[in-house]
Ligand binder design. Structure first.
Ligand code: SF4
Ligand code: SF4
Length: 74
């Protein structure tokens, strides 16, 4: 159920990191990343994904559609 951070757009402002209820966001080598296995899309905690809501750069915290859950059945 994961979100991801588009690294090329992230300014490393760190606004998202403390907001994640699952502590899924961390800084690695100067870039902020979301650990997919920990991301619940904030379901059960908030009405909207907190990282996406807080991020000042549009379309930088986004659903990772490359992961199997989002791929169309074959
Ligand atoms: S959507 Fe919610 S749970 Fe997932 S990384 Fe963002 S703040 Fe954390
Ligand atoms: S809030 Fe957005 S720009 Fe700031 S560190 Fe998180 S993903 Fe990057």
């Amino acid at each position: 159920m994961p979100f991801k951070i588009i690294a090329s757009q992230c300014t490393s402002c760190s606004a998202c990191e403390p907001l994640c209820p699952n502590v899924a966001i961390s800084e690695k080598g100067g870039n902020f990343v979301i650990e997919a296995a920990k991301c619940s899309e904030c379901v059960g905690h908030f009405d909207e994904p907190q990282c996406a809501a807080a991020c000042p750069v549009d379309n930088t915290c986004v659903v990772d559609r490359a992961l199997p859950r989002y791929q169309a059945p074959v």
